[in-house]
Design a protein around this ligand. Structure first.
Ligand SMILES: [Zn+2]
Length: 252
């Protein structure tokens, strides 16, 4: 990698950290992922459970696919905030934003088997969708309320916006500008063997789940542009109208 520091949003990077890149099968698809601080990290801020990874493809039926699309029963996300997490107010603020804009509700966990633990970590990362057991949101010191809103997006099942299957109709991925070994961050969810759906018929560059144009650049040139080659801005203020509509479609 060059010494160029690409523009990244905090939750889309483990700043300054590069993990060992490993290959495994996930949802029956060969993937690359990084091992950072002992965790298996895919697409930079998505944590894979060890039990989701295997050395070989497994028979394709139900469980994995169900897990990949899993939704929180009754739209309730049970949570625990680790008492050692600095600035827990950012989690409460992010949850309040979700409750004000969607039908998702957050309830402090008592005895539920499936719940999300917000804890201190390096970078910001989360498991995608409901796992039915303990799952995590890791929040480093640099993770803002907006970053936490993004990570909760993963918790409820949102993918990164640029991994839409139809994204090539709307954006160009400039693979020649992507740092070697990080190309997998730009694969669509389908290319990775995941289930998913594209809400609407165009990419939402205003989505809180959208990567920035310079993420993972090796040379200071954009890794993502519009089809006409122009740049775009991303935001981490909150859910966009289309984010909200997507969640509504997932949790009617
Ligand atoms: Zn993310």
């Amino acid at each position: 990698m060059s010494n160029f520091t690409p523009q990244t949003v905090a939750e889309s990077a483990y700043p300054g950290q590069t993990g060992e890149i490993r290959k495994a099968y996930f949802k029956n698809a060969p993937i690359n992922y990084q091992v950072i601080n002992g965790e298996s990290v895919f697409q930079n801020d998505i944590i894979l459970h060890d039990h989701e990874l295997s050395g070989e493809p497994v028979a394709s039926e139900g469980t994995g696919r169900t897990r990949s699309t899993a939704k929180w029963p009754n739209k309730i996300v049970y949570y625990v905030i680790d008492p050692n997490l600095p600035n827990p107010q950012r989690v409460y603020d992010a949850m309040a934003h979700w409750e004000a804009n969607t039908s998702i509700r957050f309830v402090a966990r008592t005895t539920q088997r499936g719940y999300v633990l917000f804890r201190n970590g390096s970078g910001c990362s989360a498991n995608v969708g409901y796992s039915g057991s303990l799952q995590y949101v890791n929040l480093g010191g640099g993770c803002s309320v907006g970053n936490t809103i993004h990570e909760i997006g993963h918790v409820v099942g949102l993918w990164h916006e640029h991994t839409r299957v139809d994204r090539n109709n709307h954006i160009t991925i400039n693979y020649g500008n992507i740092a070697p070994g990080t190309e997998y961050n730009f694969d669509t969810y389908a290319a990775q063997g995941y289930d998913g759906f594209d809400y609407g018929n165009t990419i939402d560059l205003n989505s809180v789940m959208m990567y920035g144009p310079y993420d993972f650049s090796k040379n200071g040139l954009p890794t993502i542009t519009r089809k006409d080659g122009s740049l775009f801005s991303i935001q981490r203020n909150g859910l966009s109208p289309l984010d909200i509509a997507t969640v509504q479609a997932m949790y009617p």
